[in-house]
Design a protein around this ligand. Structure first.
Ligand code: GTP
Ligand code: MG
Length: 378
């Protein structure tokens, strides 16, 4: 194996080595052009750039891991480093206002959510998991398009699958089209849920016609887009929709390695008066444990407590699981990436440097705003 030096990383990212060195410096890592980088440093740098590059690099990171482990560790350990297994799909429900997204989510939740724990679903969590025939599915409740756009802008590909909800009595509307372009840009497959089929004015043929014009051709018409007629209100067609989700997920061969240190994305976060910074995270790879040192966006901490989507305290969560954590020194933002580190010292060092950098940026922005205001007033 060739190892990944600063220069090689810069080359792969299509950046100047000096830019990478500067970024590393700001992250608290002193590096020269020929210096070999460890996994954490590479991931952190990659997190600063866009998705495609990041995915390409990720492969190298895995290779690197084996490379680093090879010399003095046994084979088993090296193998376990890349032991990716099947993970649940992460599904985002999108569509035009009032077309029935929330009703669909409620319907799925009521009929499918694993009962057992009192209290049901925590209201604050923006993501939850269901289990159907022993298969889990994570649903993301992204109410506004703004949140989703932010996530995409940050290069966080959190979704494996989009359910596009279109009301059969209303047809394709502006936000339907917007949702299609979001999903296409993120290269996420789309399943169309033609909703409100119970309404007398429902016209599914019109929906199919209009969506065909946007490149979503139903299988019945020789295309490859799955359309499922449903009534979210009456709970009709939901089982079939879930079946289709699992089918598409299977084709995608979604994998993650539960044995590596966790990384993923912030779904939402807020300041709680009693608990401090509270963040809902989506674990995208690895397993997150209570006590893990973690850098989340521009903040850091140690995972103090974790609560799953049914309000139950848990000690660890695996790939595709949503979880609410406390223990961060500050409130991160939706779409921020998180990475677990070996030790708290590194997490703190990187977290503090990133926080300092962010404050610096804010100051510059504030100064600019103040100046603008000044000119406005003149
Ligand atoms: P926003 O979050 O505002 O974008 O809306 P939404 O897409 O979440 O729609 P919501 O689920 O709030 O539903 C809007 C209205 O449509 C509500 O009054 C629902 O009761 C109604 N509705 C949703 N699904 C169905 C359905 O299958 N049949 C009928 N008849 N009404 C439905
Ligand atoms: Mg809604």
């Amino acid at each position: 194996y060739e190892s990944l030096s600063v220069g090689e990383l810069a080359n792969k990212l299509g950046r100047e080595p000096s830019e990478i060195i500067k970024k590393l410096f700001l992250l608290g890592v002193m590096a020269t052009i020929n210096q070999e980088l460890d996994k954490d440093a590479i991931e952190l740098i990659c997190a600063e750039y866009d998705v495609e590059v990041e995915e390409e690099i990720r492969i190298d990171v895995t290779d690197l891991e084996i490379y680093f482990e090879d010399p003095d560790s046994d084979e088993d350990e090296a193998e376990s480093a890349t032991e990716a297994i099947e993970r649940p799909p992460v599904v985002t429900i999108m569509g035009h206002v009032d077309h029935g997204k929330t009703t669909l989510l409620d319907s799925i939740r009521d009929t499918k959510v694993t009962q057992g724990e009192a209290g049901g679903i925590t209201q604050h969590i923006g993501a939850y998991q269901i289990e159907s025939n022993g298969k889990k599915i994570t649903f993301l409740d992204t109410p506004g398009h703004a949140a989703f756009t932010t996530m995409r802008a940050r290069g966080a590909k959190v979704t494996d699958l989009t359910i596009l909800v279109v009301a059969a009595d209303d047809g394709v509307m502006p936000q339907t089209v917007e949702a299609i372009s979001h999903a296409k840009a993120a290269e996420v497959p789309i399943i169309v849920a033609v909703n409100k089929m119970d309404k007398p004015s429902a016209n599914p043929d019109r929906v199919m016609q209009e969506l065909t014009e946007h490149g979503l051709v139903p299988e019945a018409w020789g295309g490859d887009t799955i359309f499922v007629p449903i009534s979210a209100l009456k709970g009709e067609g939901i089982d079939q929709l879930i079946e289709m989700i699992l089918l598409v997920a299977e084709v995608g061969e979604l994998k993650a390695d539960p044995k590596v240190r966790a990384k993923g994305t912030v779904i939402e976060a807020q300041l709680d008066r009693g608990r401090g910074a509270v963040a809902t995270l989506l674990v995208q790879d690895g397993t997150l444990h209570v006590g893990d040192p973690i850098v989340v966006g521009n903040t850091y901490g140690r995972v103090r407590a974790m609560i799953n989507d049914v309000g139950r305290r848990v000690k660890e969560v695996g790939p595709s699981a949503p979880v609410e954590i406390t223990g961060l020194s500050n409130v991160p933002q939706a779409g921020d990436r998180f990475v677990v580190f070996k030790d708290e010292k590194t997490a703190r060092q990187i977290g503090e440097t990133r926080a300092g950098e962010a404050i610096q940026e804010q100051r510059t922005e504030k100064a600019r705003v103040t100046l603008d205001n000044l000119f406005e007033q003149m």
